[in-house]
Design a protein around this ligand. Structure first.
Ligand SMILES: NC(=O)c1ccc[n+]([C@@H]2O[C@H](COP(=O)([O-])OP(=O)(O)OC[C@H]3O[C@@H](n4cnc5c(N)ncnc54)[C@H](O)[C@@H]3O)[C@@H](O)[C@H]2O)c1
Length: 276
């Protein structure tokens, strides 16, 4: 029986793989036999790659060049978009890297992907409220052109909480695009929504809220945050043939904390105190 988890013979474009979840996922995919084309603002050192592209993912033209150069080397079987910025960074940059760049890279890569291909992105537990925010998200979701989308972001930045906004956009884009993309091109698109995870981004979240907030944050599994590897395996699964009937899915990788808080079986004391 063929191992559907194997990445043997698959060429995988990784955007955001210097550190954290992207770096861990690239190591996992390499161990499963995949060939990696790496792209990041910083050069990764912990796994082997066919080629490294130094890129600033805020730049739409650079994303187009990255995809064109990658496609010249062969088919793009899998896309992993793992780059991200925390909400401590400027609003426009956060939305550019976390959502507009993700969508632009996926959409630009699609014509170079074979049927049976797959792409995965990373949202966040911070995107949990997307259902109630759809009217606020749709204006940006409906602007497909990278330049026009960034113009909208520039014009509306004062009204936006960039991190959760970018993560809600990523979820809604993934859920809406999944089925049409599967029908039209035979390509699967999914995302994960991690809870707090020990990566270089974590201290930024603490700075933005407080240590007390994260001490109190529900950690159902082992009373600890996730590791980057624990986020990497679900990403590797979603882009593998083992997930061949999963498309347009947002997989919560938060140890169950978000669902339990939403449905009231876990209380988040700090949040409750804030609401008083
Ligand atoms: N760590 C957490 O608790 C947590 C929780 C939920 C979601 N996330 C999301 O997970 C994803 C991965 O983050 P992480 O925690 O691994 O953090 P990280 O900071 O370790 O990884 C981010 C990666 O993106 C790259 N990057 C950032 N800006 C870039 C740019 N302009 N151009 C190119 N590359 C750029 C960085 O170099 C790095 O490799 C992000 O989308 C983040 O929002 C993180």
């Amino acid at each position: 029986m063929k191992n559907p988890f194997s990445y043997s013979g698959k060429r995988c474009l990784f955007a955001g793989c210097f550190s954290g979840m992207g770096e861990a996922t690239a190591r996992i995919v390499e161990s499963l036999g995949g060939a990696i084309v790496a792209a990041d603002i910083k050069k990764p050192t912990t796994f082997g790659y066919e080629r490294f592209h130094e890129i600033d993912l805020r730049d739409g033209r650079a994303i187009e060049q990255l995809v064109a150069e990658t496609a010249r080397g062969g088919p793009i079987d899998r896309v992993f978009y793992c780059a991200g910025l925390p909400g401590t960074k400027p609003t426009v940059d956060v939305i550019a890297v976390n959502f507009v760049g993700l969508r632009h890279l996926v959409e630009t890569a699609i014509p170079h992907m074979p049927r049976g291909g797959a792409a995965v992105g990373i949202s966040s537990a911070a995107g949990l409220g997307y259902m109630g925010a759809i009217p606020q998200l749709m204006p940006l979701l409906e602007i497909e052109d990278h330049g026009a989308a960034m113009q909208w972001v520039n014009e509306h930045q004062a009204e936006l909480e960039p991190y959760s906004f970018s993560k809600m956009c990523t979820i809604v884009y993934t859920l809406r695009r999944g089925a049409p993309l599967a029908i039209e091109r035979g390509i699967r698109l999914n995302c994960t929504s991690p809870g707090p995870t020990d990566t270089p981004m974590m201290p930024h979240f603490v700075a933005q809220t407080s240590q007390a907030f994260f001490d109190a944050y529900p950690k159902p599994i082992g009373n600890r945050f996730a590791t980057a590897e624990e986020q990497g395996w679900p990403l590797a699964f979603l882009n593998s043939d083992a997930a061949s009937y999963i498309a347009g899915e947002n997989l919560y990788t938060d140890g169950g904390g978000g669902a339990a808080m939403m449905l009231g079986s876990l209380q988040f004391d700090v949040m409750a105190a804030m609401q008083k």
